[in-house]
Ligand binder design. Structure first.
Ligand code: NAG
Ligand code: NAG
Length: 238
């Protein structure tokens, strides 16, 4: 029975595991994300061409399918385990070289994540001003809280916060899109994760309707003390 489930689950599409980033037709969207977590950049044009230029400003590079960057049949671009070096402009165009959609993505380094627990009195990072003029502010822009990890009993939930810079009267920008080739680096420039306690009632329809995957079946030995289990399709965004 379990073996059948395993085969079945492997043949199902796994796109639900990817976080979808979308943007209106012919628009440019700027977004901060964290490195190491898979995303799909939406472009609804099956014959799309994708170009990438990093924040260093070199010529746009036509993206061919590589193991970590894959063009999906519908035109969207799938990025597996994206790295901070993949921060830059993703440009999707049609076969007549007309813009379909553009994304400017800041993949903030997940290994520098500042993690705090609200109910243990741990404080998130403070706002900081840069330079003597005091007109440049570094701050954290928080996402909404994610779902509670339990229902009907005390659990925990988390939210992500991205590093943003705001210059006097200007629209805030993700830190590394703001810095670009500037050499300066500031210790305040880190993405954040905050945890807090939560208690929510159970919604049985939702509990039963969760997608799941079985990758492997392994019997724990009596002699094994320490073990590290990796959840292959896990994401910091859920
Ligand atoms: C682009 O694709 C459209 C629709 O498939 C087609 O009508 C058009 O001729 C194509 N243009 C070029 C330059 O290939
Ligand atoms: C930090 O700066 C942001 C952006 O201007 C602002 O929304 C937030 O209230 C500030 N936080 C504190 C603690 O001053």
């Amino acid at each position: 029975m379990l073996a059948t489930l395993w085969l079945l689950s492997l043949s199902l599409p796994i796109l639900w595991a990817y976080t979808l980033i979308s943007c209106a037709y012919k628009s440019l969207c700027q977004q901060a994300l964290v490195s190491g977590n898979d995303v799909v950049l939406q472009c609804d044009y099956p014959k799309a061409f994708w170009y990438f230029s990093s924040i260093l400003g070199e010529e746009p590079l036509l993206l061919a399918s590589m193991p970590h960057v894959k063009k999906l049949p519908g035109g969207s671009l799938q990025l597996t385990n994206p790295q901070p070096s993949q921060t830059g402009l993703y440009h999707c165009q049609d076969n007549d070289s007309a813009l379909v959609v553009e994304y400017e993505i800041d993949f903030q380094d997940v290994s520098t994540l500042h993690i705090t627990h609200k109910d243990l009195g741990q404080k998130p990072l403070q706002n900081e001003t840069l330079g003597l003029s005091g007109h440049v502010l570094i701050f954290t822009r928080w996402e909404p809280w994610q779902d509670c990890n339990r229902c009907g009993e005390p659990g925990e939930r988390k939210r992500l916060g991205y590093c943003y810079v705001k210059e006097h009267l200007e629209k805030p920008m993700p830190c590394w899109l703001y810095l670009r080739t500037k050499k300066a680096r500031y210790s305040r420039m880190r993405p954040e994760l905050q945890v807090e306690a939560c208690l929510v009632p159970c919604n049985h329809v939702k509990e039963i309707d969760q997608p799941y995957f079985i990758f492997d079946i392994y019997q724990l030995g009596k002699l094994t003390n320490n073990m590290w289990l990796t959840c292959p399709l896990a994401s910091i965004y859920r």
